[in-house]
Design a protein around this ligand. Sequence first.
Ligand code: MTE
Ligand code: MO
Length: 332
Amino acid sequence: MLVPRYNRYSLPSRQILPEAKYHTRRTFLSQIGLATAALLTGCDSNNTAQAAGSKTVSGFDLPPRPSDKFYPAKANPAFTSASVAPRAITKKELAGHYNNFYEFSTAKEEVDRLSAALTITPWTVDIAGLVEKPFQIGFEDLIAKFPLEERVYRMRCVEAWSMVVPWSGFPLKALIDFCKPLSSATHVRFLSFNRPEEAPGMRGGDYPFPYYEGLRLDEARNELAFVVTGAYGKPMPKQHGAPLRIAMPWKYGYKGAKSVVKVEFINHEPKTLWNDLAPEEYGFYSNVDPERPHPRWSQQFERDINTGDQVETLKYNGYGKYVAALYPNPVF
Ligand SMILES: Nc1nc2c(c(=O)[nH]1)N[C@H]1C(S)=C(S)[C@@H](COP(=O)(O)O)O[C@H]1N2
Ligand SMILES: [Mo]
């Protein structure tokens, strides 16, 4: 997303171009061809070689893992496609080709290709901070502890576009219980991977990576809070945050950290990357609220990337019956 020019982490100039110009640049890149585009974006030689060949490298290409057998997961009847009507599920190819994952690129259409370089086997998650006993667990061991379910959720980015995705995973509450936090823990913090050698966007120094996010513990225990390991009935593509990411469907998308390597329990409100960059634009809570404009744009409507239609933004992204009680007082 965009940050103001005056900020010390301000984006490269192309990011503050208006949408139309920005899309022209994307079209240009696709016209000159993938191989050249890969060179321009400084992606590693291995990737470039593959991109130049006939097979397109994509985050949809995943290594086989034992956990593949858990998909497709059983649909949770409370969150089927009926629960998001009149919205329809976003086409998988659209959702997987328009991604915010700044460790790879600030250009959404590039993330699918660049994220292919992320190694997801092995993958270790660190459980740290105020827990009975800190531990590390491999992704394959972790996922085997929880029955997977499928949930169709709306996803609203703070940039005023949205999609609808059938995620697979398990409740964040189940993960939290498994971590055995101490009663002194009030918040949970998520950290994403730190591998600049695999992620070109981490090499520029424009953002204080690794990506960090956090939640109040009661929000994290809400029934909607979800650990996502799959999408569209399959293991999750890398561009969506393989092997595991968080989904908080009543909040703007950036509250859901991708490719998580650390879950830390603490006793204070954690700092978050976007809040540190532009506190007046990205609050800690960041609940979807059409009545609270972003300082630089309205939040009353959003573009459904499936249809291109402008649709009305709903308070709490339509999930108020689940979460409104968490916020007796206004929060930002
Ligand atoms: N690690 C990490 N997590 C991240 C981001 C990111 O850049 N890095 N972008 C966030 C933003 S702004 C959004 S909108 C969603 C996008 O998720 P999607 O690509 O699966 O739609 O991921 C969020 N999680
Ligand atoms: Mo976003």
